[in-house]
Write a protein that binds this ligand. Sequence first.
Ligand code: MN
Length: 427
Amino acid sequence: MPAHPAARPHGSWVPMRRDHPFGLQTLPYGSFTGPDGPPHAGVAIGDHILDVTAAWPALAATDRDLFAAGSLDRLLAAGPATWSHTRATVTGWLGDAAHQESVSRFLLPARDVSMLLPFTVADYADFYASEHHAANLGRMFRPGSEPLTANWRHMPIGYHGRAGTVVVSGTPVIRPRGQRRTAAGDITVGPSLRLDIEAELGFVVGVPTAMGQSVALGDFDRHVFGVCLVNDWSARDIQAWEYVPLGPFLGKSFATSLSPWVVPLSALEQARVAPPPRDPRPVPYLDDSLEAAWGLDVQLDVALNGTTISEPGFAQMYWTAAQQLAHMTVNGARLRTGDLFASGTISGPTKDSRGSLIELTWNGLEPLTVRGNHRTFLEDGDEVVITATAPGPAGTRVGLGEVRGTVLPHPEHTVPPGAPSARAGNR
Ligand code: MN
């Protein structure tokens, strides 16, 4: 181990492999609990967690109660000056070997704790920002008409989801039940036969606004603290029958999974890229042509039962998170600390970069082969893991961790293997 961090400018004295996605370049925040303790806030470093709820009052000079509640709520509300001071402090503690003796007693092996939801989710909204995803679903759900609706290139389309069913990674997902319409036109009630995933990025709001206030594009990073991974589980058969005219409802609200580590926007500086060209030019409050770029070069991996089935890239998303926030507040709706908004399914132009099973299997018509089995929608017992990394300083990769979930059967119904591909048209 080097005696001084100057020998490894992006290294830490905490032992870890050199290319660890949770190296000093990342320092994501989360909330955890031991076997019988209360929640504590932590910062991930390699395969360890720095317990900042314990370390802050012992070592930090200011704001000793910042992490006392064991969640990120207070940090989120504190705003950009505290965000950068806190990150600089933790970077110093973990990067400078002079602090090893005082800081190492607050490190825990990550495998010894359980991760919790990192913050209190206030409102949850979900967007639809991938042109490829929106066009693919338009072709499947509205064959014969224009794939994109008339409004799509003029505003980031979204809907309000259910904050109360946002769950942390690892929480089992119970197969939802609801109304479907069969291919023959019959209305039935039962467990979804077309349970799907949506691979997305989530953006976490820290600084609130007052009623009537709007957030301009240039103020994005004064309000948004960081990024996490989202799996927006979707019951396509329930969704297809209910979504006209008011949008998704029960087909989405049964569960939304969130990665436990929130990566600060400041860790993603090297990932910022220009978004794709927009045509037509957006209206002024969405026109980012003269603004700092908020495209993000985040590379995702979607695995079903341990096999990668898709590798979506975020850089080509048509609408940025800054535009989504500007749109979400243009009407004067206020922001609250803990508001979460997700990007929408991240799908690229190629088949192997589609972020949902409905696209990967073209509504079940083109099964995937996973470990020798033909697969379409999710079966009971399936495990989905979404991971992601982004470029960091000096050739490092910034890790976004993972969002993981296993499908459990509906308590009153079981779906035999293979049933999703065999039955129940969705309109
Ligand atoms: Mn979604």
